[in-house]
Structures are given as structure tokens and as C-alpha cells.
Design a protein around this ligand. Structure first.
Ligand SMILES: N[C@@H](CCC(=O)N[C@@H](CS)C(=O)NCC(=O)O)C(=O)O
Length: 267
């Protein structure tokens, strides 16, 4: 019963210390502890979480981010693919200075839970959502591959979005770095995995797919509003395994990509 209450009112244990003590004592009973930690229970827990988030469709999460694809888009994509309704709080650049001090680390994206708890850091938010909604691979090798690719993606994306936000001279200097060095190296490194697997997560999407299929393929390579679209097209043409993967990802995400939610963000 307490487990069910936690799903509906996730903050209840913080507010009721006696209930928290009772809950902890019961969970640690020898037979129960073993069952709760078994794979079977973890599966049921995930399925319940998914259903619960759908039932609480209007209160599941609020995502605070700019009206951009950027770091917010993998989060929007995962939530949409999971069928979870969320409040997409788009913060304009005019509003940002007043909101900035209220966000974790003074940056966004920030995922806010129904109890007001704010979570920062894109990768950590994505892992949290992946674990709760079935996008964290159970196979340790696929989990490692997803983590590895996400780490490489984060390094790559220190540069890739920049040309959209800097002056023409700085942008021009960055293009060879992106198109002749960073992007081809990244794609060459991930292509063998994409050749052997439908998605980075194997037969189903993992959190890393929302960065590679989402941010790289949808928000950059095939985004009609991207900088240097001809360079992106030429890059994709050189990596057909990546292109085929990107198209598979687009099919998987088609209802989101064709929805109004997708917006007309720039990058
Ligand atoms: N390490 C953080 C970086 C977050 C970040 O730099 N966010 C940018 C937008 S993509 C931001 O908040 N910029 C506004 C500012 O720094 O004032 C993450 O991965 O979430």
C-alpha cells in the first residue's frame, strides 16, 4: 500500500517520517528485500511507473528549457515516446535572467517533479527517465554502449551547435572542425554498432538514441533550419549506416515528429 502511495504522491515519505521509517523496516524484511531486488519486481515496478505517469498525465513532469531543440529535445523525445504528458515550459530569452537563479546550477534544462523537486544536468535527467520508463538497457553491454556513446556525444556537442549562436567569422572557423574532424570521427566510431543493431539500445530505444537519432539526425542533419544544410547532407551521404539508423529512428518517433509539439525551433 505504501509503495502505491509513493507512486501517486512521490513526496509523501519526505513529509511523513514515521511512514518512511515503517516503509524502510518493511522493505528490509529478509524475504521481501530479496523479492524487491529481483528482476521480476524491477520489471513490474517499471511498468507500474509508466502507467502511473500516464494516469497522472498532466502532473507527471515539467520541463523547463528554452524554445530550442538543444539539450531539451532528447528529454522531450523520450517523454513523448513513452506517452507521458508533460508541461513543456518554454522560457524566452527575455524571461531567462529572472528565472536563472531559480534553476539547479543556474542552467537549464531542468526537470521538475510534481512535488516541486528540480533535477538538473541533461545526462542525469535522461538516466533518471530511462530507468523509470524503460529506456535503460537491461543488457549490461548495451547499457555500457549507450553510456559510452552518450559521453562521446557530450564532448561532440561542445562544438556542434556553436555555429548557430556565434558570429559569421567564428562560425566559419568552426565548420572544418565539425565537418572534417569531429562529426566524421564520431560517426565512423558508432557505425559498426548501428550496423549490428536496430538502435543503440538493441531492438528498442535507449536513452542514447534520443541524443544520436534525436539531436544529431533530427535536430541537426535533417533539420531544414540547420546552419550549412549542404554540409550536413554531404556528411550523411558519407555514412549510409548512420542515415539508415536515423531514418529508423524517425519512423519510431513519427507521431512526435509530425505533432505540433515539435515546434519550429532553430537548432
Ligand atoms: N551541463 C549542463 C549544461 C546546461 C547548459 O549549459 N544549459 C544552457 C542551455 S543549453 C544554459 O542554461 N544557458 C544559459 C545560461 O548559462 O545562462 C547540462 O548538460 O544540462
Amino acid at each position: 500500500m505504501v509503495e502505491m502511495m509513493i507512486h501517486v504522491f512521490p513526496y509523501i515519505l519526505e513529509e511523513k517520517p514515521e511512514l518512511a521509517a515503517y516503509h524502510s523496516a518493511v522493505r528490509n524484511l529478509p524475504g521481501l528485500k530479496q523479492y524487491l531486488e529481483s528482476d521480476r519486481n524491477i520489471e513490474k515496478h517499471r511498468a507500474f511507473n509508466n502507467t502511473q505517469a500516464k494516469i497522472n498525465s498532466h502532473v507527471a513532469y515539467t520541463l523547463h528549457y528554452f524554445p530550442l531543440y538543444g539539450r531539451g529535445e532528447p528529454i522531450r523525445m523520450l517523454l513523448s515516446h513513452a506517452g507521458i504528458h508533460y508541461n513543456d515550459h518554454l522560457i524566452s530569452f527575455q524571461e531567462w535572467p529572472a528565472i536563472k537563479p531559480t534553476m539547479p546550477g543556474n542552467v537549464i534544462p531542468c526537470l521538475e517533479l510534481v512535488n516541486g523537486k528540480q533535477m538538473g544536468e541533461t545526462s542525469a535527467i535522461m538516466r533518471y527517465l530511462a530507468i523509470n520508463h524503460g529506456y535503460y538497457p537491461e543488457d549490461p553491454l548495451l547499457a555500457h554502449k549507450s553510456e559510452e556513446i552518450l559521453d562521446e556525444f557530450q564532448t561532440l556537442f561542445e562544438n556542434v551547435p556553436k555555429p548557430a549562436f556565434v558570429g559569421p567569422e567564428e562560425a566559419a572557423a568552426l565548420l572544418p572542425v565539425i565537418f572534417d574532424d569531429k562529426m566524421p570521427k564520431f560517426l565512423a566510431a558508432i557505425e559498426p554498432h548501428l550496423k549490428a543493431n536496430k538502435f543503440i539500445g538493441g531492438n528498442k530505444l535507449s536513452f542514447a538514441d534520443f541524443f544520436v537519432g534525436g539531436s544529431i539526425y533530427c535536430s541537426c542533419a535533417t533539420n531544414p533550419r540547420i546552419y550549412s544544410p549542404e554540409k550536413w547532407a554531404a556528411l550523411v551521404a558519407k555514412f549510409p549506416t548512420f542515415r539508415d539508423y536515423g531514418e529508423r529512428f524517425k519512423v519510431e518517433m513519427s507521431s512526435y515528429l509530425n505533432s505540433d509539439k515539435r515546434g519550429t525551433f532553430h537548432i
